[in-house]
Design a protein around this ligand. Structure first.
Ligand code: RB5
Length: 142
C-alpha cells in the first residue's frame, strides 16, 4: 500500500502507516517526511503512478482537505481517487466507485475518525454489477 502526504498530512500519515502495519499491510511511504512546506501533487503523482502501473493495488494520500490530492491522483489512467470524510463514505466509494486511492483531509478530520475511515475503506469490497459499467465510463469522457 503506497502512502503519501504533504506537510499538512505528514503527522496523520505516520498514524495511518502504523495502523496499516498493525492490520498486516506493508506500507510504502513516499513522503513527505517533515512538516516543512511541500507541494501535494508531488506526492499524489508518486502514489498514483504506482497504482497506474500496477506496482501498487491501492494507495492512501493525505493533505489538508484531501481534495488537492484527489485532483492530482485522478489525472492518472486507472486511478480512482476519492475523498472520504466519514466511514460511510469510505465504504461507498469502495462499493460503488471501486476507489483504489483514498484521500483524507488532515485539517478537517479527527485522527481517530481518519483511522475508522481507513479501516472501512480497506474492508469494503467493490459491489460490481451495475457499478462495473459506470466505473468503466469514468475512463471514457465521450
Ligand atoms: C496546503 O496548505 C493545502 O493547500 C493542501 O494540504 C491541500 O489541502 C490541498 O488540497
Amino acid at each position: 500500500m503506497y502512502v503519501g502526504a504533504d506537510h499538512a498530512g505528514v503527522a496523520l500519515k505516520a498514524r495511518l502507516l502504523a495502523e496499516l502495519e498493525r492490520l498486516g499491510y506493508r506500507g510504502v511511504d513516499v513522503g513527505a517526511t517533515t512538516a516543512e512546506s511541500t507541494d501535494y501533487p508531488d506526492f499524489a503523482h508518486r502514489v498514483a503512478r504506482a497504482v497506474e502501473t500496477g506496482e501498487a493495488k491501492r494507495g492512501v494520500l493525505v493533505c489538508g482537505t484531501g481534495v488537492g490530492m484527489a485532483m492530482a491522483a485522478n489525472r492518472h489512467p486507472g486511478v480512482r481517487a476519492a475523498v472520504a470524510w466519514n466511514p460511510d463514505v469510505a465504504e461507498l466509494v469502495r462499493r460503488h466507485n471501486d476507489a483504489n486511492v483514498l484521500t483524507l483531509g488532515a485539517r478537517v478530520l479527527d485522527e481517530e475518525e481518519a483511522v475508522r475511515i481507513l479501516e472501512r475503506w480497506l474492508d469494503a469490497p467493490f459491489d460490481g454489477g451495475r457499478h462495473v459499467r459506470r466505473v468503466h465510463k469514468i475512463e471514457e469522457p465521450g
